[in-house]
Design a protein around this ligand. Sequence first.
Ligand code: TYM
Length: 374
Amino acid sequence: MPEPEFVVTPWEVRGEVDYDKLIRRFGTRKITKKLHRKVEGYTGEIHMFLRRGIFFSHRDLDWILDMYDEGEKFFLYTGRGPSGHTHLGHLIPWIFTRYLQDVFDVELYFQITDDEKFLYHPEFSLSDTNSFAYENILDIIALGFNPEKTFIFNDTEYGKTIYRLALEVSKHITFSIVKAVFGFKHSSNIGLVFFPAIQAVPCFLPSYLKGKNIPCLIPASIDQDPYWRGISRYVAPKLGYYKPAQIHSKFLPGLGKGGKMSSSEPETCIFTTDLPKLVVKKIMNAYTGGRPTVDEQRKLGGEPNICPVYQYYFFLFEEDDEKLEEIYKTCRSGERLCGFCKKILSGRVKEFIAEHQRKREEARNSIERFMLRD
Ligand code: TYM
C-alpha cells in the first residue's frame, strides 16, 4: 500500500496535515461563518481561535447550541494522557475549553488517562503515569477553570465509577471495530484494545450519574476524533444517550521543521515547566525557513506559512489581528528578520510561562477541590 501523505491518529501525527482533506477523511464538518455568527451571539465577540480557524471542524456543534437555546445545557468533556510534562500545544484545547465554560457557564469533566499512557509506553510504570497526572493537573487548574463546575479524575483512581459504564460500552464494540478505527495489531496488548471504552465513558458519565440525558461537547484537537467517531457516537444510541458533539482544533507545530509539538521531541517543544533561559534557547534555535544570509532574506523575504515562529504568534502570542498581519507582511517583504522576530517572541513566551508557573504553584493548594473521587 502506498504511504499516505500524512497520518493523524491519537498516538501519532506525521507528515504535513491537510486539514480540509482530514475533514473529508474523518467525515467531520467545517466550522462555517454562520456558526461563527451564532457563537458570537452568546459572547459578543468571537474568540481568536475561531476567528483564525484554529478551531476549524466540528460534529453537531449547531445541534448542541440549538439545544442550549431551548434550555438544555450541555457539559464539556476534555482530557489529558499523562506521558510527561504539559507543553504549549496541550494548552490550545484547554484554553478554549475554559472560554466555553465561561461563556456557557457549564460543567466540565476532565479525564486523565494514566491507564492509557501506562499501557502505551513500555517504559512507564503506573506510578510514573500517575505522578505525571498530578503534574498535569497543576497546569489544568492554573488555567482558571471554575472550581464549582470542574471535575477532574484519574482513570486508575476513579475506576469504581467508570468501570461499570466502560463495560456497558465495551459490550457493543467488537475487536473488528477497534482494529479498523485504531489500527490495532495482533501484537497490541489487550489493555490498549479495551482502553477506547474507558475514553468513551465521560461522554455519558454525567447522564449516568444524574440519571437524565445531558448533551456533551468535546473540545480537543482532531487527533482524538477516532474515539468519538468510532466508539462514543456508535454506542450512544445503543445505550440510550445523546451522541457527543465535538469541536476540533489544529495542531500547534513544534519548533523544528514540520510536525506538531510533541513531547517525543523535547528540544522542539516548550514545556510549561521549562526555565526561562531554556525557553529562550529553544526559540532562538527554532527552524524558520529563513534564507542563509541577511542579504538574501532582505531580497527574497521570509516564509511565514512554514515558519513555526510565525505560527506561535498566530496561535497564542499576538492577539491583535492587525499586528499579526503586519508581522506577516514585513516577514514576506524581507523587512523583518528572523533573529528579531524570535527575540520578540521569546520575550512574550517567557512572560507567559512565568505567569503560568506562578498560577501552577498556587494550584498545589486546590487540587482536591477539583478531583472527583469514588
Ligand atoms: P494528549 O495528552 O495527547 O493531549 C491532550 C490534548 O492536547 C491536544 N494536543 C494538541 N493540541 C494542539 N497542538 C498540539 N501540538 C497538541 N498535542 C496534543 C490533544 O488533542 C488533546 O486534546 N487520550 C487523550 C486524553 C483524553 C482526551 C479525552 C483528550 C482522554 N479523554 C477527551 C481530549 C478529549 C490524550 O492522550 O491526549
